[in-house]
Design a protein around this ligand. Structure first.
Ligand code: ZN
Length: 282
């Protein structure tokens, strides 16, 4: 079926906006998830008795967004992704406090990712699958950047997305088999390497969350794109360290965002990159 170009352009624009909205929502959720944990850490550092406050699922999903500085509840006009950031000059409407630039970055990433997924995979189940996968990758990246933790809930969500779309893909037995091989090879391989490194260096090298993430992500990427994911995430990780992403105190740095970005890149352009590579060496 030939779809007119105007409709493709229109739908890409709609998906860009949808992606920006989804990213904006995910950023809020990540902030709400992180807030109690950060508070706990600050209390601990300050030596005061940690006040435990838990964020319920309901609050996490449906709470109203507020300005971090003045507590002003954000209205509809403050919540239009990208545009409200630009029109308000990256500041709170009420108190003028700076809104973190990462909100804008996340929204732009979401918009571009959604438009790219649609343009690449068109009207297919793969498009739907990746549109659902993206929020998890973004969410875990934001949380990992903030508190060096990859929430298990998001990894489980990714697993559910994979299972739900296993059937619509067709040839599901072959896909399940490749997923199993890739996840055991990469997840298991990294687990062995990290255990070995831990032994040699006498400290934790790769976080458990990172290994679980690679294990789950390998279900989606399969073998070849999985290799590409590992390769790219090492490069991105190196860039993170070089650009100052490493925490000075304990020499740790959040690896989740690198893995998520590499996985996203491999899922979108993996086949082209692998073909290019194979044509160069064969
Ligand atoms: Zn404010």
């Amino acid at each position: 079926m030939q779809v007119p170009t105007e409709i493709t352009i229109y739908l890409s624009a709609v998906l860009f906006l949808l992606g920006a909205c989804v990213a904006s929502f995910v950023t809020c959720m990540a902030d709400r998830y992180v807030a109690p944990k950060r508070q706990k850490r600050n209390d601990w550092v300050a030596g005061t008795k940690p006040q435990s406050f838990k964020m319920g699922t309901r609050e996490l999903l449906f709470g109203r967004s507020k300005c971090d500085t003045c507590g002003h509840t954000l209205g509809v006009l403050d919540l239009v992704p990208i545009f409200s950031y630009i029109f308000l000059g990256g500041r709170c409407r009420k108190c003028g406090a700076k809104i973190p630039a990462r909100c804008l970055m996340a929204e732009l990433t979401g918009g571009l990712a959604y438009a790219a997924i649609f343009l690449k995979f068109g009207y297919s189940f793969v498009t739907l699958e990746y549109l659902l996968l993206f929020p998890a990758l973004l969410g875990l990246s934001l949380v990992d950047l903030d508190i060096m933790e990859i929430p298990d809930g998001l990894l489980i969500y990714m697993g559910v997305v994979f299972l739900v779309f296993l059937y619509p893909h067709g040839g599901y037995l072959a896909r399940a088999k490749e997923a199993l091989i890739a996840s055991l090879a990469f997840g298991g391989g990294l687990l062995l390497i990290s255990l070995l490194l831990d032994r040699i260096l006498g400290r934790e090298t790769l976080g458990g969350g990172d290994i679980k993430l690679i294990y789950i992500l390998a279900h989606f990427t399969g073998v070849w794109c999985g290799l590409l994911t590992i390769f790219c995430s090492c490069i991105f990780g190196l860039l993170t360290v070089l650009t100052g992403g490493r925490r000075k105190k304990n020499k740790e740095f959040p690896f989740g965002p690198s893995i998520a970005a590499a996985g996203g890149l491999a899922l979108l352009f993996g086949q082209e990159l692998v073909d290019l590579y194979l044509s160069l060496i064969l």
